[in-house]
Design a protein around this ligand. Structure first.
Ligand code: GDP
Ligand code: MG
Length: 485
């Protein structure tokens, strides 16, 4: 069965004793379940205190309204047989954009009566008879009411899997499918032992089959990632240290702002890394965006247009200096009296342009880069950027197949649904849990594997993987199941 969407509004429907509460606690966390019986016990003397019903339902409605407003999964554990109420829940799901799921419990009457009579306070037999009849009728009604999913539980506890946001795609990913994965390091909680931490991360990344390590290139830690006083090392020096570890990892920056270093110096650093690592280097380049780090380090921060010009000329300079021979170079934006740059890169050193500027950044990528890095957070936006990129390729007569598409992905990966929820709650800061989970595609390895297979289908060759909560090498083990085999 396809996984149930998550988050979702889930409405249970069934007679007393049909197994609703048991099913709910089996599949969902306690705070996600809103039960009229439980609320009767809160405002009344116990779950069977019918005098407390109206207050219990008022509370229930309030809880449903609060949780759904926040986009949180809400499981409504009531009889579910009152059509008006049921349709109100459905309307609430529509209003809040949550998928609406009805779970109808249609076990044998005999079994239901048996379970009912074994209870502390059984529902009177005639009442149960009415409920059982109503439940059968509801089965047909529900099919017509417009629920996104209807699940029928007709014996025992139906096994369902619950999807996390991105993974409502039913088919499992084919083994071996999926883009290559490169770990992007953006935070460095290395304590007292920077070299030891980096070494351990790199070794483990290599062991689990990640294809490389990319370093973020900033002069001050960016607020999206950490605090200004957190360490953020100079990437070329750091990559040099990683190059000597004897791993197979590809190494590079994602991305170096062209405003930090003169183009020729970047060309020199990348070529040196390529030689020291036996041809494993790549160079990510971007136009730069954070004025504060430029000011703090005494670097000019020209207007966007100039920075984009510089992005183009940096790529041109790199290509000129990496090309064989020492001849003078006269190009579109760059002229050099000689191109004496030794060591030259060991092989083809890929240049990846990062950024989403549709008019120029993507055009520069299409004209001059080997790869283009896009954000993965929103798949519709990704599709749109991909089509702009293809258009730019067409305009310059470039076969888009020769331009690799990479994405930066910041997943929250948990070992199970509860672990995912805990991680989201810990990491979300002031962002709502639902928004944070959606942006980071919070889910188990399985959900991410399906998503990566989907990205590969859309032409993504490489995922730069920046887990939101990487503190040490052990955290990489959670990523191991994502590696294509
Ligand atoms: P509800 O009134 O629909 O919420 O039903 P409950 O979930 O409270 O279940 C009623 C009784 O049936 C409880 O004693 C449960 O332990 C039992 N029960 C529920 N589902 C199953 C099941 O799948 N198998 C078995 N053996 N017992 C179940
Ligand atoms: Mg119950």
């Amino acid at each position: 069965m396809d996984p149930l969407p998550d988050p979702a509004l889930v409405v249970l429907v069934g007679a007393a004793g049909s197994g609703k509460s048991t099913w709910a606690t089996r599949h969902y966390a306690a705070p996600e379940i809103v039960s009229s019986d439980a609320l009767r016990a809160v405002v009344g003397s116990g779950p069977a205190d019918l005098d407390a019903s109206s207050e219990a339902f008022a509370l229930l409605d309030q809880i449903v309204s609060g949780r759904t407003r926040r986009g949180l999964t809400t499981v409504i554990d009531t009889l579910g047989l009152d059509r008006d109420r049921r349709l109100r829940y459905l309307a609430r799901a529509r209003e809040t954009g949550l998928p609406a799921v009805a779970v109808v419990f249609a076990i044998e009457d005999r079994l239901c009566r048996q379970r009912n009579s074994a209870r502390d306070r059984p529902v009177p037999a005639p009442v149960l008879t009415t409920q059982l009849k109503a439940a059968r009728a509801t089965l047909d009604l529900v099919a017509e009411e417009g629920w996104d999913r209807v699940v029928v539980v007709d014996q025992g506890v139906a096994e369902v899997t619950i999807a996390t946001p991105a993974s409502t795609r039913p088919e499992p990913a084919a083994p071996g499918a999926g883009p290559e994965l490169i770990l992007q390091l953006s935070r460095f909680p290395w304590g007292e032992d920077p070299q030891g931490w980096l070494t351990a991360i790199a070794r483990r990344a290599d062991e689990i089959g990640l294809a490389g390590i990319a370093l973020m290139d900033h002069l001050i830690q960016i607020p999206q990632v950490g605090r200004a006083w957190d360490p953020i090392p100079e990437p070329w020096v750091t990559l040099g240290a990683l190059a000597g570890l004897g791993t197979r990892l590809r190494l590079g920056t994602l991305v170096s702002p062209v405003t930090f270093r003169p183009a020729g110096v970047t060309a020199k650093a990348a070529a040196t890394l390529d030689v020291l690592s036996g041809g494993r280097a790549f160079l990510g380049l971007g136009a730069g965006w954070w004025d504060r780090e430029h000011a703090a380090f005494g670097l000019p921060f020209p207007p966007a247009g100039d920075r984009l010009d510089r992005l183009e000329s940096t790529i041109e300079t790199c290509r000129a200096l990496w090309y064989s021979g020492t001849k003078a170079y006269v190009g579109e934006r760059v002229s050099l009296p000689e191109t004496t740059c030794y060591p030259r890169p060991a092989g083809a050193l890929p240049i990846i342009v990062g950024g989403t500027g549709q008019r120029r950044t993507l055009q520069i990528a299409a004209r001059r880069a080997d790869g283009c890095n896009l954000p993965s957070a929103d798949s519709e936006r990704l599709d749109q950027l991909l089509s702009v990129l293809r258009r730019h390729c067409a305009e310059v007569g470039r076969d888009p197949a020769t331009l690799s598409v990479t994405v930066l992905d910041l997943p929250v990966v948990g070992v199970d649904r509860a672990d995912v929820a805990r991680r989201v709650e810990r990491l979300r800061g002031r962002t709502s849990a639902a928004a944070f989970a959606a942006r980071h595609h919070a889910g188990t390895a399985d959900t991410h594997r399906r998503r990566y297979a989907d990205l590969a289908d859309r032409g993504v060759s490489t995922v730069f993987l920046a887990p939101a909560d990487l503190t040490g090498p052990d955290d990489l083990d959670r990523l191991a199941p994502l590696v294509p085999r």
